[in-house]
Structure formats: C-alpha cells, structure tokens
Design a protein around this ligand. Structure first.
Ligand code: PMP
Length: 314
C-alpha cells in the first residue's frame, strides 16, 4: 500500500468488501487495454455542521450510464446505486473531503485475447480522502501541449473512459518535464479544448467564456455548476464559444474546474503572465461560491447535495 490512510470499505459487484480486497486481475481488459469507464464525484465536508455531501450525485450517475451506453456495455447500474455510494461514505466515517470513483469495467475475454468478445463486466466503487489542492490559491503555470486533444471520431472525450486519460498523461508528462505545473490541450481544429482532468474558463473583456461541449471536452458537471453560479450569484452569463490559444495570453483571468481539482487559477500560459499573475477576482468569487454551495454553507441548490447530515462522533 502506498498510503496509510486508505479507507476501510469499498464496494464491488453487489457487496461491500474491505478496500484491500477491491481488486481485478491483471489480465482483465480493464488493466491490459484500459477497458473501463468511471466517474469522479466530490464529497464536501462541512466543518461547522459535521456533514458530508456528495455533490451532484445523480448527474454523475447519469453520465456514467451514458458512458456505459456509448461503449455498448451490457451491465446496468443497480437502481439503488446512489444509495450504495452514500452507504460507502457512511461506512468509512470520513470527516474530510472525499473523491469517489464509481467504475464500470471489462473483465477477461475468451481465449485471453485483449479485445475479445463476451468479456464479463463488473462494477466497483472506491472513495478516498482528498484534501484540496495546494494550487487553489497559488495557481498553476500551464503550457499549451504539443499533443492534440483526442476527438469525437477517435476516442470521444464525452465518454469518461480510462483510455482517454492517456492523452492527458502524455500532456502532463510533457508539461512537467518542461517545468510547468499543467497543460492545456488544443483540439483537432486548433482551438482550446480543456486540460487533463478539468474544463477551462477564460475571463476576457470582462466576460466569462468557455469552449462549447463540441470542442473536444468532457461534458463537465463542475463547468455546468459554475455556469449556473455565475448567472445566479453574479448575474453573468458564461458564453460558450471557441477560444483561440492567443486569447489565453491576453485574458484577464483563466481557470480550470473539475470535481477532483475544484477551481484552480491558471497564472501563466507558455510563460506569458495571465492578468497580474495572481488569482483574479472572478476566479476568487466563483471559487468561494462553488465551495459554499458544495459544503452546504450556502443552502442554495439542495438538490445538488446528497448528504450524511451531522455524522455521529465527528
Ligand atoms: N475534463 C476531463 C478530461 C476530466 O477528466 C474531468 C474530471 N472529471 C473534467 C473535465 C471535469 O469534469 P467534472 O466537472 O464533471 O468533474
């Protein structure tokens, strides 16, 4: 085990089992050829009320169903899948933010062939404590990747498939090797798509813009949340439009968002400073609004929080 703070329980194919036993064989298509689709769901811990809320659980479950459908998987999610996710949180007695990953995987195929027909399929759910990233305040220095974002006609970004993450891995490894914190990928039309694990928003001329869902992005639930919160809390409509690379160089603010990463400022792109090189006021405002709604400190959108209220003993 790499970490000593692993939780006690996981869930796999119908049962709660010890986290350590939640494994698949190395010969599964999941391991050998990235045969799985998954979700990353944030659970926010509210310090003052000792409550833990899974954020937008139903929307994540729906996206998992859609990923499975697009991959023509035969497995269906149990009708009480959401309750199983909540029970897993409860059993693990978390008292901090959690990142939960329900996954549908492809097992071993006939004749040990990597892409064999008729392979068994299965489901598992794991959730681990995930503190907020250190980049939330200090921001990340990003580069534009020399790699192109995968596109709808090869490995569609709309499917949250493990295989898609090789594209992000190439981009991040390249960025890290060059001394950057993060990378932003252009799509096959040459406009901005997203970063590994997060969608992008840009403030330019006082307007918030984000690439459309047809620009080679995952249909991000956090992106949708921020678009709603910009409208409701600041009276601003986020404009979905194509974004050029050089617009990022002259933007007032750039930030990325996702369930795992939350909302993280991008303070430079290709070593060109964005704004004044610090987290900008709009980024700060939307970060605050996001965390307040996620933790339930702001009671708006109760339908977005599925919770364990006032966890005993916390
Ligand atoms: N794009 C990619 C490639 C991602 O992996 C993620 C994280 N799931 C996102 C965007 C953000 O999506 P969401 O807000 O639904 O977590």
């Amino acid at each position: 085990m790499i970490e000593d703070n692993y939780p006690k329980w996981a869930w796999k194919d119908g049962s709660f089992i010890p986290y350590e036993d939640c494994t698949v064989h190395v010969r599964t298509q999941a391991v050998m050829v990235a045969g799985s689709v998954f979700e990353g769901i944030k659970a926010f811990w509210n310090v003052s009320s000792n409550s833990l809320y899974l954020f937008r659980l139903e929307e994540h479950i729906q996206r998992l169903r859609e990923s499975m459908k697009m991959m023509r998987m035969q497995t269906t999610l149990p009708s009480d899948f959401g309750s199983i996710c909540v029970e897993l949180l409860e059993r693990n007695s978390f008292t901090e933010d959690v990142h939960m990953m329900p996954t549908a995987y492809v097992g071993e195929g006939e004749g040990n062939v990597a892409l064999a027909r008729g392979a068994i399929e299965g489901l598992f759910i794991t959730g681990v404590a995930r503190p907020r990233s250190g980049f939330i305040d200090k921001g990340m220095r990003a580069c534009i990747s020399s790699w192109t974002r995968n596109s709808d006609n090869n490995t569609p970004p709309r499917i949250k498939a493990a295989g898609n993450y090789q594209n992000g891995r190439l981009a991040l490894n390249e960025a890290w090797a060059a001394g950057y914190d993060y990378s932003i990928l252009l799509n096959n039309a040459g406009t901005v798509s997203e970063g590994p694990g997060a969608c992008l928003m840009m403030v330019r001329g006082g307007q918030v813009n984000t690439p459309p869902v047809t620009a080679g992005i995952l249909e991000s639930i956090t992106r949708d949340t921020l678009m709603t919160l910009f409208q409701e809390k600041m009276g601003m409509t986020v404009v979905e439009r194509l974004i050029d690379r050089t617009e990022l160089y002259t933007a007032e603010e750039v930030f990325v968002c996702g369930s795992g990463m939350d909302v993280v400022p991008i303070i430079s792109v290709d070593n060109i400073t964005v704004g004044d090189g610090n987290k900008g006021p709009m980024t700060q405002a939307i970060q605050d609004a996001y965390f307040r709604v996620g933790t339930g400190e702001d009671p708006a959108h109760p339908e977005w929080r599925t919770g364990l209220e006032s966890i005993a003993g916390a």
